[in-house]
Write a protein that binds this ligand. Sequence first.
Ligand code: SF4
Length: 218
Amino acid sequence: MTRKERYQQVLSYFQQNMPVAETELMYDNPYQLLVSVILSAQCTDKRVNLTTPAIFNQYPTPQLLAQASFEELFPLIKSISYPNNKTKHLIGMANMLVNTFNGQVPMTVDELVQLPGVGRKTANVITSVIDAQPNMAVDTHVFRVAARLGLTIKATTPLAAEKQLIQYIPKELVHIAHHWLILHGRYTCLARNPKCDSCALQTMCAYFQKQQKKQPKA
Ligand code: SF4
């Protein structure tokens, strides 16, 4: 199977079987998504979703969050990973939104990465989820699943994986392909014990085919 064929088969499977794929983070507007994505670093979406209602209730706008003190915000965040840094990042991010971006979440990767707590992955998530831009956010699930399937080859960094993926995935599918790979990694292609026996992608998976070849013949 050529690499192009592998991409076509994988994408076609997801198009048919997962036509709707969205972030599991709960949000009502770009500001809320930005807060959620910053909080989601090294933390599950489930836990973030338990944390954000109180934050959005108390700080419904960037202007109000910008005025929060560390002592006020920290208790709302303390149950998730890296609460110290995330508290500082959220207040810094809100201040920059207000002072530099007129209180609006910018919609380019170059602008977003200027915000405290926002790296390339977060910027790609925001622009692809809110604006369907063809930006591939490579998190641990995307990185692992793409490598196992053989969509990426010898990609040693998220950026290298991102470049390979956007080279082959049609522009209009990049934003949803991100969710396909994440959800497949979260529920089927698990890090330690991938559920290959029940995985519908076996026939197009480089890892599965390699494992099959290793099995002793009966
Ligand atoms: S066959 Fe196994 S390794 Fe391949 S995508 Fe499915 S779960 Fe992952």
